[in-house]
Design a protein around this ligand. Sequence first.
Ligand code: IPM
Ligand code: MG
Length: 371
Amino acid sequence: MSTKRSLLLLPGDGIGPEVMRQVRRVIDWYARKRGIEFQVEEGLVGGCSYDAHGTPLTDETMARALAVDAVLLAAVGGPKWDNLGFDKRPEAGLLRLRKEMELFANLRPAKVFDALVDASTLKPDVVRGLDIMIVRELTGGIYFGEPRGISDLPNGERRGINTQVYDTHEIHRVARVAFELARKRSNKVCSSEKGNVMESGLLWRQEVIALHKAEYQDVELSHMLADAAAMQLVRNPKQFDVIVTDNLFGDILSDEASMLTGSIGMLPSASLGATDADGKRKALYEPVHGSAPDIAGRDLANPIAMFLSFAMALRWSFDLQAEADILEQAVENVLSTGLRTGDIMQPGMARVSTSVMADSILREMDKLATA
Ligand code: IPM
Ligand code: MG
């Protein structure tokens, strides 16, 4: 039996390939410098897969994603594919991966590096030291609910329908992830929904309360309507530790949270499935940012969200905590020397390209590894 760790890399579209190219160098670094080897394969997802195969994700790539220890995905989408039907759009490839791998828990940490306190559009005091974790439900809700579609009405109008739906087990399993995480952090969970107007939100709240009562009474639990949470996230984000919420609100709140950290180019994410009998769980790691077609191919993108996503893979899929520390520390150190990609550029700092940022982080990893 091979113990080699397996990874499937899905660079995708836009800036995806250029940030993935840099993370490949990080993966090679671990083999070269730390003797930690990964068996790496690459595949297509998104618009590039549509161009090559007429579908945003082939069955073959889907099967490979199910077989490896972890998938790293960079970004999908772009204007070129905007007019395709929903099942052919680049995003459909990503949604199929999430659904078929059953990645119901999406962890989106928003951490403010000291060096970037001034890069946020919020006042330094509001964001300094911020460290929150958004746990987003990822395989249910309005993203996947039926019925859905656009239909023609007899009166000549058209109707668009989506369905927000959650069952008890879907709420419990993601809330459980949030409670477990909170126990390792500041032991606080804020659950967010719109239970004042949506039955699915009311059920969400009731089921989170029931689970809390049955198994997690030691964790401090609060509830906040999603609109209020959006407001509180910019007013006083440090009141939060772990936020657990549904698929759609999680999508929105995590984009908002990213700007607390200075740039969406900084935020990693881990999408996790259930733990099986061998203690393994399916996992996909991807930056929160998109494919940024406006800057694609010009060596301008920030590779840090992709690097930090790989660090999350080291932690969650391979239990290599000290190795993940090296990568995260290297990112932090390089930022404190004043290097910045365009998205986090500040007066007095040195603006660098994607590849120079990566070079610098790799050099810093060398230093940390020999220290
Ligand atoms: C995200 C993205 C995706 C989502 C898109 C690309 C389908 O915005 O991961 O946050 O809406 O989930
Ligand atoms: Mg999003």
